[in-house]
Structure formats: C-alpha cells, structure tokens
Design a binder for this molecule. Structure first.
Ligand SMILES: [Zn+2]
Length: 287
C-alpha cells in the first residue's frame, strides 16, 4: 500500500475526512517527477511556511522560488482550516533526512533522533505546509490544527497507515524546527484517535448569503455575480451571449428573471432582481 495516491484519490480522501479542499490551478500536474522518483510513499510530513496570508502562501508553495522550485508541498493548510492542493507527485518539501527515521516510519515504530541527512525524503513523504510564521508567537487556530489532524489522517487512512507514519520536518532533517507551536506527539495522538473512528464525511457545501437586492445594480463588479451566473446557466436559465462575468449586466437580470419564472414567479416578482427566497434556492457556492 505504498503506491502514491492518484490526484482523485487524494482529493477524495481529504474531502471524506471532512476537509474543505480547494484545487489550486494545475495542481494535478504540478510536480518534480522529472527531477527524481516519487514513491513508494511511506508517510506524511508536517511543516510551517514561515509566511502569512493564505493567497500568497499558496502561490509560493505552488511556484516555489529561484533557489527552490515548486511545488513546495502537496497541500497548504490555511489558518481557517482550508486545504489548498498545490502539487501531485514529487515535491520540494522534505529534503535530505535520516535513513533511521525512514525505517522507523516504515515499521511504524518510535522515532530515533534525526542526526543524519542521507536520504531523499521528497520521494517518500506527502507534505503539508501550514501557514504560520514559525516564530513561536503566531497562533495556531483550532480550525487549522483540526485540518492538520484530518489531512494527515486522510492520507494514513487511504494507505492503511497508523499515526506513526506522520512526522514533523523537525523529526526528519537535522536543524529543522518546523512545525513550531505544537508537538508532533500531541498531533499523532489526535490522528490516532481519529483513525480509530469513521471519517467525518464530506463537509456540507456552503453558499453565498443573500447580499440584498441593492447589491444587484449596474456598476457592481463581484465574483458573486459570476458565481450566480454560472448557477443560472447550470439551471438552464442563462441568457448570456458572453460570460457570465463579474459585472452585473442586463444579461444577468434577464437570466435571473428566467430563474424566477422557473420557480413560478410572474409579473413584477420575476423582474430579474434577486430576492432572498429565490437566491437561497439557487445555492450560489461561496466565492
Ligand atoms: Zn519544513
């Protein structure tokens, strides 16, 4: 069971564990497989980014930088607990570590000290980078710790591993300090408990709350308008020649009027300006 998970299997495992997952750009084909082997996989490695801000941290982990090309991990775990997938395959996160540690991870035994850097970890470990400055002061919100627990458990469950297959970068490579702010022993205890039960199942999708009728006016430019338009098209109500796009337009109004008529509204109640009841029934995904 050490064959790397396919992109679909990794995504499903994470979602089934209850995680909100975002697929970032072309993460499915973003890897370093042309530079070295990927697999067999033996464990999960937890890191902190030494950055702040979700969007810039995700982009950095996707691209890497001149001295260290991306992807820098497989998933970035944001402070709100969202997992942003950035890589699928070999990733630049683990570097050289201790072969005795790798043997202990494979055997799922207690870890020896990491005092050698003689073994390619990028080949054998999934990596999760957690957004944190790593200064010992930046907090680790409960939602983020829960997401680390879930993400690691998801991969372990998919492979049939125990919590002993989850290590911190600081347990792999001499000189590393990440993750800093919680102990890997406490995290492994949480993961072990989770693996003793059934997965939580996929999270319920969340939808944009009704922003108010006054939101929908010419001059409005918002991702909510695009998301609304996509849902209207999916419902067979699209009246677009181009788009849908973020700028509220007459095509949006006509499309929304078609949705109102589909719900049974007539006359002035189908004027194409969203109301709360029809909006809630449209289920516009969170943007
Ligand atoms: Zn690290």
């Amino acid at each position: 069971m050490a064959t790397p998970l396919s992109a679909d299997k990794l995504l499903k495992a994470l979602r089934d564990e209850g995680l909100h997952v975002v697929e970032h750009r072309s993460w499915r084909t973003n890897n370093r497989n042309h530079k070295g082997p990927w697999g067999p996989t033996h464990g999960v490695m937890i890191h902190h980014t030494v950055t702040s801000g979700t969007a810039s941290s995700v982009e950095l982990c996707y691209n890497g930088h001149s001295a260290l090309p991306g992807p820098l991990c497989h998933g970035v775990i944001a402070k709100d607990g969202t997992v942003h997938l950035v890589g699928n395959g070999r990733a630049n996160h683990a570097g050289l570590g201790d072969d005795d540690v790798l043997r202990a991870v494979i055997a799922e035994k207690a870890l020896p000290p990491d005092n050698e850097a003689n073994t390619d970890g990028n080949r054998h470990f999934y990596g999760f980078e957690c957004v944190n400055l790593g200064d010992g002061k930046d907090p680790w919100p409960a939602a983020q710790l829960l997401a680390i627990e879930r993400a690691a458990a998801a991969v372990c469950r998919a492979h049939g591993w125990s919590q002993r297959s989850v290590i911190g970068h600081l347990e792999w490579q001499p000189g590393k300090v990440d993750p800093r702010g919680f102990t890997m022993n406490s995290m492994r205890t949480r993961i072990g408990k989770r693996l003793g039960g059934a997965p939580d199942g996929p999270p319920k999708p969340t939808y944009e709350p009704f922003p108010g009728a006054a939101f929908f006016k010419v001059g409005r430019n918002s991702a909510i308008v695009t998301a609304m338009g996509r849902r209207l098209v999916a419902e067979g109500c699209g009246r677009y020649t181009v788009g849908p796009g973020p700028a509220w337009s007459e095509a949006d109004r006509r499309s929304y009027a078609a949705w109102q008529r589909k719900l049974g509204y007539t006359g002035g109640d189908a004027d194409g300006i969203p109301g709360k009841t029809s909006w809630d029934r449209l289920k516009v995904p969170n943007v």
